[in-house]
Design a protein. Structure first.
Length: 262
């Protein structure tokens, strides 16, 4: 089974390019499943029914999120009615669900969304939360993908080792900066500290760079508008053994508008 995981989708420029390019990427790579982090898809923060529709129409099958998911009230409708996850360790009383098990091409796939706690807002322990959830999920699925949405690289890597041989992949999101440490841990679990982002790279994390620089220089409130130029898709392609859930490979992939390979 070949699964593509797409890094944080940032606003309308990213959604438009995704709708244009993803169908061709799916065909080129012969993908079985596409997962994307969509917590920044609606104007750079959260998700709405319209923006999630753009993502699913592009060819994404499951959407994960993170600490910005509840910043728009419309996100609750999305979380309740679509295959969109919020972090599992927000607890049982938060709107939505933190994991899903769904069949794709005859194979049950589990997807889990976690939120880190180092340099992040308060949340329940992600290690305890995922350990408890896996008792249920592993009865239903061998192939399990975990989105670890976190700031600290140490916390993400610790989660990778904690879940080694228990899940097929642990992929990091949130920082919008891709890391060069893709690997297979213990010959079983695919891992990368951060997938990167889908959005404008003529920017600071998807926002207009001059505004960010002004904020750093003046320390005064500044409106952060979405940047528009040099839009790219950053992702990882993970190949997994259906029957065992063992990851065979993980490869970083990047696409841009002038990419002749598509």
């Amino acid at each position: 089974m070949k699964i593509l995981f797409i890094g944080d989708i940032v606003g309308k420029p990213a959604r438009l390019y995704l709708k244009d390019a993803l169908p061709r990427i799916i065909k080129k790579l012969d993908l079985d499943l596409v997962i994307a982090n969509g917590e920044n898809a609606a104007g750079g923060s959260s998700l709405t029914p319209a923006t999630s529709k753009d993502i699913f129409d592009a060819g994404v099958d499951i959407v994960t999120s993170g600490d910005h998911i509840f910043k728009k009230k419309e996100s609750r409708e999305v979380l309740e009615n679509q295959d969109v996850l919020r972090p599992l360790n927000y607890g049982d009383k938060a709107t939505g669900r933190g994991f899903i098990v769904k069949e794709f091409k005859g194979v049950n796939i589990g997807v889990i969304n976690l939120l880190g706690r180092v340099f992040m807002q308060p949340a329940d322990c992600p290690f305890k939360a995922v350990d408890k959830a896996l008792k249920e999920i592993r009865r239903k699925a061998k192939v399990i993908i975990v989105d670890m949405h976190a700031e600290a690289t140490s916390e993400k890597l610790a989660m990778g080792y904690f879940l080694s041989q228990k899940v097929s992949a642990v992929v990091g999101t949130h920082t919008h900066i891709p890391t060069a440490d893709a690997r297979i841990i213990d010959d079983f679990t695919a891992y990368i500290t951060d997938v990167g982002m889908t959005g404008s790279f003529d920017s600071v994390l998807g926002r207009e760079k001059d505004q960010i620089i002004q904020r750093f220089i003046t320390n005064m409130p500044v409106r952060f508008n979405l940047a528009q130029g040099d839009v790219r898709i950053q992702s990882v392609c993970i190949e997994i053994e259906d029957k065992t859930g063992r990851a065979l490979s993980i490869e970083r992939l990047e696409y841009r508008k002038d990419d002749s390979s598509l």
